[in-house]
Design a protein around this ligand. Structure first.
Ligand SMILES: Nc1nc2c(ncn2[C@@H]2O[C@H](COP(=O)(O)OP(=O)(O)O)[C@@H](O)[C@H]2O)c(=O)[nH]1
Ligand SMILES: [Mg+2]
Length: 396
């Protein structure tokens, strides 16, 4: 004999700031609970059977009453769109619990957690494609049909997995006074770091997270590198050296007008940025190393090219819409191992790696996206990106 499924309550919106929260009540008693706790503003009683896809405005609660929109999104599913205060949401959940409803955490699946925190539309769009099955389908094509193209596609986009939750890290480094902090500010669009003609002004690493063409990037301004007897500055320089090693990309800034920093240290992930080109006559531009990019943090010259170059270096192969992207580091690792095994001719092991991780690649089967997630989000994922989304420096 099967036990009847319990009625559950789940908070679908992430905790924290937000004007509106969404609470889902799901299960055989969802509608009876709605009829108990909800009073329509119209004063008309609710029907005995749930009218699918109807919305009601009214009040929810017995102890603490909130004005809410109630949506009937399934035969056994009621969504309450209430005010977003953390305490209010807890009160409404606890009142349902007191009525025998079980709380079921909603954001347990990595895709849901990632979607709730997606910093840009572009990241949200990639995640929604995986929500609609791109990654899981590719896994199954490899497992069931031994399709090498499906595995190659997964392996191609595996490096992105690390950056769906975390931004790329780009360090701005170079000698003192070449305009590193000015460059950070110019890219951020506001004075984030202190700029001064006094060398050695920046000590602690100062960072700002931005979006470049929809890709989240943490820019880190560092202390100018030089020998110094000053202990505080030396501590800053030690930090800067660590960032040179840890960053995904280094913008090595040189002063084109005075020649400081033109000797780039041997870094395989650096771009040479020749700053202060506003102080250099144009007929001298050709005397600089050809790989250097001439910019001016003061006038903004060259910054669009810098943004384009930065994106090309960080994401040389952006996934087209609908592409399969292993969306967690664990999935990415499984894909990379599978790809390696496949290339060694060991298809069985390759398929086994994917089979072992298939359930993690699937979107949660018993979950539904709240109403605001479902309207054409594949083409316009803006509805899943919170207002806290990063300001985008769209590349030209
Ligand atoms: N003319 C000109 N001056 C700049 C430019 N970038 C920075 N500066 C000046 O160079 C000095 C050092 O700048 P800062 O950003 O503090 O350099 P940092 O030590 O490398 O961080 C300041 O006086 C800035 O105003 C630029 O592109 N053109
Ligand atoms: Mg500085």
């Amino acid at each position: 004999m099967s036990t009847p499924s319990p009625t559950t309550v789940s908070v679908l919106t992430p905790p924290g700031m937000g004007a509106v929260a969404t609470i889902a009540v799901q299960g055989p008693h969802a509608w009876a609970l709605a009829r108990h706790f909800f009073q329509p503003a119209s004063g008309k009683p609710l029907p005995e059977t749930p009218p699918l896809y109807r919305y009601y405005f009214g009040r929810w609660g017995k102890k603490l009453v909130d004005e809410v929109i109630m949506a009937i999104t399934g035969p056994h599913t009621v969504e309450i769109h209430c005010h977003g205060g953390v305490r209010l949401v807890r009160c409404l959940v606890e009142e349902l619990q007191a009525a025998g409803v079980e709380e079921k955490p909603a954001l347990t699946h990595p895709l849901l957690r990632l979607l709730a925190q997606a910093p840009t539309r572009r990241i949200a769009a990639i995640l929604l494609d995986q929500w609609h099955g791109a990654c899981a389908t590719a896994f199954r094509r490899v497992i069931d049909q031994q399709e090498p193209a499906a595995l190659a596609g997964l392996a191609r986009y595996a490096p992105l997995a690390h950056h769906l939750a975390e931004p790329w890290r780009v360090a701005i480094a170079g000698p003192p006074n070449v305009g590193k902090s000015s460059l950070l500010n110019a890219l951020a669009g506001y004075p984030r770091a202190i700029v001064s003609p006094v060398p050695g002004t920046t000590r602690d690493a100062v960072s700002v997270t931005l979006a470049f063409d929809g890709w989240p990037v943490q820019l880190i301004d560092t202390a100018g590198l030089r020998d110094t007897p000053e202990p505080l500055e030396a501590a800053g320089i030690a930090h800067a050296r660590q960032w040179l090693q840890q960053a995904d990309l280094v913008l090595w800034v040189a002063d084109a007008a005075h020649g400081d920093g033109l000797d780039v240290p041997p870094l395989d992930n650096a771009l040479l940025i020749l700053n202060k080109c506003d102080l250099v006559p144009a007929d001298r531009y050709s005397s600089y190393p050809p790989q250097g990019l001439l910019v001016s943090a003061t006038t903004g010259m060259g910054l669009d090219q810098l943004c384009n170059l930065l994106v090309e270096r960080l994401v040389p192969d952006p996934p087209p819409p609908g592409a399969p992207v292993p969306f967690t580091p664990t999935l990415a690792e499984a894909v990379q191992r599978a790809w390696h095994a496949w290339q060694q001719g060991d298809k069985a092991t390759a398929c086994q790696y994917l089979q072992d991780h298939l359930s993690q690649a699937e979107p949660p089967p018993d979950f539904f996206l709240p109403v605001r997630y479902t309207n054409n989000t594949r083409t316009d994922p803006s509805s899943v990106v919170s207002e806290a989304g990063l300001s985008d420096r769209t590349c030209k």
